[in-house]
Design a protein around this ligand. Structure first.
Ligand SMILES: [Zn+2]
Length: 396
C-alpha cells in the first residue's frame, strides 16, 4: 500500500487493455519459472467489499483466476491498515485469508517456508504468504509478533507511512515530522528486529526512513526484504531506495522487489496525475455530492472518471518497460541476485499501461527477454532470489 486507501484517484478497475499476445519463448520461460509477488493488497478490499476473489472479478487487480492466467505461483498477501487500526484488524485480515483458503483448498494454500512454497508449486496451488505492513499493528508488544508469526507472518514491514514509537518512516523522516535526532530504531526497535530474526520472519524495509533502514541492517543477522520499492536514482521519491541503500541490501544478501506503482516508477507521473485531477476538479466535486464521502465512494468516483476519460487516464501512465528500467538499475548496481517483484497491486491507483492485473506478469518476462536477460537470470528475478531470502530466514 503506498498511500491512504481512500485516495480520490484510486482506480482499481481493470481497464480491459490486456490480452495482447506474448512471444512464445517468453511464455515458456515464464511458465517454467517460479513467479512470486511479494506485495499485494487485495485482502483489505476483500474485507471492505466482501468480494469473492476465488471468482473472476471485473474490478481490482487480483483474483485466483487471473493469478493462474498470469503464471503467479506465490503471493505475499499484505495485512495492512493505517495508523487507526492495529492488532485486531490485522487478525481479521488474516482470518479473511484463512477463509479464502478454506473455500478453495484445491487452488490456494498457506505456506510459511521455501520448501512448502516449492511443494505448493508442484501441486499447482497458489502459495499464499502473509506480510504484515506496518509495525503499528504489533502495538509495541513483542508477544504480538510471536502470535502473528504463529498465524503465518512471513515478513513484518517495520513501518508503513506512519512512524511507530520505535521506528521512523520514510514519509515522516522526509517531511520533517520526525526530527533527525529522533529518527531510526530505538532500543525496542532493535528488539523487534532480533525477535523477527529469531522467529525466522523476514524484516521488510520498504516504507522505513533511511535512518531506520541502516539501523535495522546493523542489527539483523539475516537477509532482509524490501517488499515493494523502486530505485531513487530513476525517480527521487522518499519511498525509493538510493544507490547506497541498494548496495547495502546486496551486502546483506537481501532482496529488493520492484513496485509497479506509476508514481514510484516514473518521475513525471505525479505532475501528470495532478494536472488530470485539476482539469476535472468540478466533476470530482459533483461526483462527491452524488456518492457522498467515505465508505468506498472515492472508488466509485474514480471508476466513473476513468471510464469517462479513458484516453486521458491512459496517457498519464508509464510503459511496462519502466518496470524493467528499475530492475536493470538494481542489477547493474548490485548484481542479479538481489532483485524481485512486489507489484503493490490493489494498493495503488495507477500501474503501467497494459499492466492491469496479475494476469499481465508475462509481459515483464517478455520485456526482460528483450533486454537480453537469460532464462537463469529471469528465474532469479521472478522468484528465485526471494526463495533464497525466505529459506535463509526460515532455515527451511
Ligand atoms: Zn506499501
Amino acid at each position: 500500500m503506498h498511500q491512504q486507501r481512500h485516495n480520490i484517484f484510486f482506480i482499481g478497475v481493470a481497464l480491459l487493455m490486456s490480452c495482447t499476445s506474448i512471444n512464445k519463448d517468453a511464455k515458456q520461460i515464464h511458465q517454467n519459472a517460479i513467479l512470486i509477488d511479494t506485495h499485494g493488497d487485495i485482502l483489505f478490499n476483500q474485507i471492505e467489499s466482501g468480494i469473492d476473489i476465488g471468482r473472476l472479478q471485473t474490478t481490482g487487480n487480483f483474483d485466483l483466476i487471473r493469478a493462474k492466467e498470469g503464471g503467479l505461483n506465490a503471493q505475499f498477501f499484505s495485512i495492512w491498515c493505517d495508523e487507526t487500526g492495529g492488532y485486531e484488524l490485522a487478525n481479521r485480515e488474516i482470518d479473511s485469508l484463512y477463509s479464502l483458503i478454506d473455500r478453495y483448498p484445491e487452488r490456494i494454500t498457506l505456506v510459511r517456508t521455501a520448501t512448502e512454497l516449492e511443494q505448493a508449486v508442484k501441486e499447482q496451488k497458489l502459495a499464499a504468504l502473509i506480510g504484515v505492513e506496518g509495525g503499528h499493528m504489533i502495538e509495541d508488544r513483542l508477544d504480538y509478533i510471536d502470535s502473528l508469526a504463529k498465524r503465518g507472518m512471513s515478513y513484518l514491514t517495520l513501518t508503513w507511512n506512519n512512524s511507530t514509537s520505535w521506528a521512523s518512516s520514510a514519509a515522516e523522516e522526509a517531511s520533517g515530522k520526525v526530527k533527525p535526532q529522533d529518527a531510526g530504531l530505538n532500543d525496542f526497535g532493535g528488539q523487534v528486529v532480533q525477535r523477527l530474526n529469531l522467529l525466522g520472519v523476514m524484516v521488510d524495509l520498504s516504507h522505513v526512513g533511511e535512518k531506520t533502514f541502516y539501523d535495522a541492517l546493523a542489527i539483523t543477522n539475516k537477509p532482509v526484504i524490501v517488499s515493494h520499492s523502486c530505485a531513487h536514482a530513476l525517480n527521487p521519491v522518499p519511498r525509493n531506495l538510493k544507490d547506497e541503500q541498494i548496495k547495502a541490501i546486496a551486502k546483506n544478501k537481501g532482496v529488493i522487489c520492484v513496485n509497479f506503482y506509476s508514481g514510484f516508477l516514473d518521475s513525471t507521473y505525479q505532475r501528470k496525475q495532478q494536472n488530470f485531477l485539476k482539469k476535472h476538479d468540478a466533476e470530482i466535486k459533483s461526483l462527491t455530492a452524488k456518492y457522498g464521502e467515505g465508505s468506498g465512494s472515492e472508488y466509485l468516483i474514480a471508476n466513473e472518471l476513468t471510464a469517462k476519460y479513458p484516453e486521458e487516464a491512459a496517457a498519464i501512465r508509464p510503459l511496462i518497460s519502466s518496470i524493467v528500467d528499475h530492475i536493470d538499475h538494481i542489477v547493474q548496481l548490485a548484481g542479479i541476485e538481489y532483485v524481485g517483484l512486489g507489484a503493490d497491486f490493489d494498493g495503488a491507483e495507477s500501474f503501467p499501461l497494459g499492466m492491469e492485473s496479475v494476469a499481465d506478469y508475462p509481459k515483464v518476462t517478455e520485456e526482460l527477454l528483450k533486454r537480453g536477460y537469460s532464462e537463469a537470470d529471469i528465474q532469479k528475478i521472478l522468484g528465485g532470489n526471494v526463495i533464497r531470502v525466505l529459506r535463509t530466514n526460515k532455515g527451511a
